[in-house]
Design a protein around this ligand. Sequence first.
Ligand SMILES: [Zn+2]
Length: 167
Amino acid sequence: MDIWDKKKRSAVMAKIRSKDTKPEIVLRKSLFAKGYRYRINDKRLPGKPDIVLPKCKTVIFVNGCFWHGHESCRANHIPKANREFWMEKIRRNKQRDQKVKEQLRLAGWQVVTVWECELKKKNIPQTIDKIIRVLENNAPRILTVYEECDDMIIKVAEEIIGYESDE
Ligand SMILES: [Zn+2]
């Protein structure tokens, strides 16, 4: 039984969806520490990718397992209440994801999807390796390695985004 009515459930779920969710920050910090530079939430690209690495011509989507319907994933547990509603919503999200991916690929972008469950603490090293293998196939990376300094890293990255003008 669902403890919330439909409206409240939507509000709660919307909160979960908010920007700068932790797994995404973890990923960004790791990439930054390895010398990769990126833009975030680039509105000019289809689907507003979470992370855009212009030099590698790669975009990364960090997908919530619930919202994007990560198949056979434990985190993709659909509430029993309003089941039809959620299934339809997720189905539409998946459809949109697919369309966006196609558009990006046609425009020459390499598309990487990272699932939230892949950014759980114990999975992070493996996931980062996987992403970096993809990135290294595509372009040389910046060799500078910055020291990791918790909150600072994110700030620095955002500043670099400003004067990294590709194309
Ligand atoms: Zn998952």
